[in-house]
Design a protein around this ligand. Structure first.
Ligand SMILES: [Zn+2]
Length: 336
């Protein structure tokens, strides 16, 4: 494991975060990448920054990085694999869930049978599923819709067992897309016992995406947002101002959040600006050496803390909201 924390990171932690973070943090969005789940070329092609962690990202690596970057905080996580049709989705759930500090979701393709999914949920004590556009029906057409992420049978199984689905909504327009929002509402309404955690506030990395649309989901008690990789103060502020705080969850999208950089809004778009040499998707590489960066993780914490939320709201956001959701689900399913 490469050392990734810098002197500057330590200084920023001491100056800006020490004493201001709650003692316990539940990270509701962590990609756990087990070597045995993927073909060797998958990482190099898809997540080249995994080079930093030896082409895997284990629960142990997550905890040890948290010790470096968030010293003194007791960490909890909800993990799931890296989505791909090339992954062994069953194996990807075998990362050692204990439903105490480590909770998990099963990667879900619309091509998986309910029997396979249910058997993995039971075997690995998972609390739900993590579907994704690249594992959905019509996934190669470029027109994947949210409803293509699941089959009806899968949704009925999830609803019957009151499980969680963390959903990365598809399509270019994200939360601005009326079809996405109609289908999100349809899912919440039709399957009231599934908890839908819409990841990255519906992929709202820039403000126009979240504004006006977050409000539409207030009325669905089973609609949650996670805030993974949202560095944008305006997006976070809008969400906390317009949505019940007890349904907003902290998440990092680790391991990417440990890289140095910042997600920045430009002309109703966003880009990751980063000194790292890796391709991070929509990213600009800054090789000038003139700007000193901290990890995305810290930029997100900065934005959240800048909102001056009441202590109780912060504790709920960082820990209690996700912890109680996952604990209740695990207790109901597995009796612990
Ligand atoms: Zn993610």
């Amino acid at each position: 494991m490469l050392e990734m924390v810098t002197q500057q990171d330590r200084k920023v932690f001491q100056e800006e975060f020490a004493g201001r973070l709650p003692g316990k943090i539940f990270d509701s969005h962590v990609h756990i990448i087990l070597k045995g789940s993927y073909s060797p070329s998958w990482g190099t092609e898809n997540i080249s920054y995994l080079e930093k962690t030896g082409w895997e990202f284990t629960v142990e690596q997550f905890f040890s990085l948290c010790k470096e970057f968030l010293p003194g905080v007791e960490m909890f996580l909800a993990g799931f694999g890296g989505p791909s049709m090339k992954v062994n989705r069953s194996h990807a759930g075998s990362f050692g869930v204990d439903n105490s500090h480590v909770f998990g979701l099963r990667l879900l393709s619309a091509y998986d049978s309910v029997e396979e999914v249910a058997s993995d949920v039971e075997k690995y004590h998972l609390c739900g599923v993590k579907p994704y556009a690249c594992m959905a029906l019509k996934r190669d057409s470029g027109e994947t819709e949210l409803l293509d992420f699941f089959t009806k049978e899968q949704l009925e199984y999830l609803n019957k067992n009151k499980l969680i689905a963390t959903v990365h909504i598809p399509r270019k327009m994200r939360l601005e897309d009326p079809l996405n929002r109609r289908q999100m509402a349809y899912l919440c309404e039709t399957y009231p016992d599934i908890t839908f955690i819409f990841a990255h506030i519906g992929r709202s990395y820039y403000k126009r995406c979240a504004v006006n649309y977050v409000d539409e989901f207030v009325k669905y008690p089973n609609a949650y947002w996670d805030t993974a990789m949202i560095n944008h103060e305006g997006v976070l502020k809008y969400t906390f101002d317009h949505f019940p705080a007890e349904r907003i969850l902290y998440g990092t999208d680790s391991p990417i959040a440990f890289l140095h950089g910042k997600s920045v809004e430009i002309n109703n778009q966003y880009v990751y600006i980063s000194p790292e040499k890796f391709n991070l998707g929509t990213s600009l590489h800054d090789g000038t050496g003139k700007v000193v960066y901290v990890p995305f993780l810290y930029e997100q914490l900065r934005s959240v803390l800048s909102l001056d939320l009441p202590k109780k709201v912060l504790e709920g956001f960082f820990f209690e909201n996700a912890h109680s959701l996952y604990t209740k689900t695990a207790e109901r399913m597995f009796g612990k």
